[in-house]
Design a protein around this ligand. Structure first.
Ligand code: NAD
Length: 439
């Protein structure tokens, strides 16, 4: 099938590449000429495991192309995906100007029947708005489909190739058949293609992210309570996670959720509810808990060292909002590091993939180191903010030798308490008892 994907970001690039991998002819379009220029030269502007190899193979075989020319891409395609950003607008709602612009450009370019697919996360009603925009600019027949994306950054290719389910929001049998055909190679393992109205599909995406964010905030609140009244959140998590009604996923306490999706989607759905006379108290609380949780680690540092951190040096391991991505959007590391800097600290940071992105955020306020061990040299404490695998089994002996003080603030509960105790570290984590060296 002939497909174009408008917006070549984390979602559009992965979706386009995976559609090419299953044999379709795909053109990925973006307004960002620099991004497209890099991709045309075989360079991948984002980090996502497995993506580079897939892009190289499909580009080489001529199934995957990159262009800034939306008009030609629409002319060459039966299916046009809109995968542009929907960031938070000033009033908290989803900013839909990029989706609107893409829809208008598609309308102008169409020369026959097209399926236009909303892949971006958009509020209920947007498929209809896209339909109206295109109908106002083109006489050709078309269908608009809502097809929200559920991939996780850090495992995006794997998720896209093996989705838990595919959601298709449309009333048009013609468009539904085309979408089923497109997705059939991805659902070989009996995963369902769920067909519903566009409004239900749009709502499904927000409901999914709201559920996941709620689990995170709930477990973070219990972690904080464990710290006050006793109990170890790791045991509590296991204790509830084996209950099949609850399940194991998204029950890990930490420094709060971040990224380009949860924060903005929770804000947007609260705003939608507000506009419709329904104050969504639960999600407001989820958001408040999350904001407070991002400050937990710097607060623990201040409790340990005092309010003034001038002259103290901190190593920070992990900057991206989660492991296996370079995405820094709404990363908790930003709040954590800003908290340290505001108290006068010096910060030496390391991340396996996100340093370039992080430099855009922090500039020269942070010293970026070449390895996690380099960051530790002379450090008064280490803060673990993102749980990259390579931080899980470090050389503790070497760490102890490099650090001025053997103090760790672990925002992701990466290490065992007994291990920290026997190694003689002072160790603070989330929702678990503090470890202090025995005197
Ligand atoms: P992104 O910011 O990485 O990429 C969006 C791209 O669209 C940018 O490269 C931008 O230049 C391009 N663009 C904007 N207007 C354009 C136009 N008129 N024509 C062509 N290109 C245009 O965004 P993303 O993270 O890929 O997210 C895209 C959408 O998918 C959002 O609605 C997001 O909520 C949703 N989503 C994201 C994820 C995720 O993990 N990132 C997961 C599921 C859904």
């Amino acid at each position: 099938m002939k497909v174009c994907v408008i917006g070549t970001g984390y979602v559009g690039l992965v979706a386009g590449t995976c559609f090419a991998e299953s044999g379709n002819d795909v053109i990925c379009v973006d307004v960002n000429a620099e991004k497209i220029g890099l991709l045309q030269k075989g360079k991948v502007p984002i980090y996502e495991p497995g993506l580079e190899e897939l892009i190289a193979r499909n580009a080489e075989e001529g199934r995957l192309r990159f262009s800034t020319d939306l008009h030609d891409a629409v002319r060459a395609s039966l299916i046009c995906f809109i995968a542009v950003g929907t960031p938070t607008a000033a009033d908290g709602s989803a900013d839909l100007q990029y989706v609107e612009a893409a829809a208008a450009q598609i309308g102008d370019a169409m020369d026959g029947y097209r399926v236009i697919v909303d892949k971006s996360t958009v509020p209920v009603g947007m498929a209809e708005r896209v339909r109206q925009t295109i109908a106002g600019r083109s006489k050709h027949p078309f269908d608009v489909v809502s097809n929200p994306e559920f991939l996780k950054e850090g495992a995006a290719v794997q998720d896209f190739m093996n989705p838990d389910r595919v959601v298709i929001g449309s009333q048009s049998q013609r468009a539904i058949d085309i979408m089923r055909d497109l997705y059939s190679p991805f659902v070989r393992t009996d995963r369902p293609i769920l067909v519903m109205s566009a409004a239900s599909a749009e709502m499904t995406k927000y409901a999914a992210n709201s559920m996941l964010a709620t689990r995170i905030s709930l477990v973070n609140e219990f972690a904080n309570l464990c710290e006050r009244v006793g109990g170890d959140i790791a045991d509590v998590r296991r204790g509830i996670g084996f209950d099949e009604r609850i399940g194991q996923h998204f029950l890990f306490p930490g420094v709060g959720y971040g990224g380009s999706c949860f924060p903005k989607d929770i804000k947007a759905i609260i705003r939608t509810a507000d506009e419709n006379g329904l104050p969504f108290g639960l999600l407001r609380a989820v958001e408040d808990v999350n904001e407070a949780q991002k400050r937990v680690l710097p607060e623990k540092v201040i409790q340990h060292f005092g309010k003034d951190l001038t002259g103290l040096r901190f190593a920070v391991w992990g900057l991206s909002f989660k492991p296996r991505t370079d995405d820094m959007r709404e990363a908790p590391s930003i709040v954590v590091i800003d908290g340290l800097l505001a108290a006068g600290a010096e910060v030496h940071a390391y991340d396996p993939e996100a340093m370039e992105e992080a430099k855009r955020v922090f500039g020269d306020r942070v010293i970026f180191e070449r390895s996690n061990y380099d960051a530790l040299e002379g450090a008064d404490a280490l803060l673990i903010v993102t749980e990259w695998n390579e931080f899980r089994r470090p050389d503790f002996q070497r760490m102890a030798e490099l650090m001025r003080n053997k103090v760790i603030f672990d925002g992701r509960n990466v290490y065992e308490l007994t291990q920290m105790q026997s190694l003689g570290f002072t160790y603070y984590s989330i929702g678990r008892p503090e470890v202090r060296p025995q005197s």
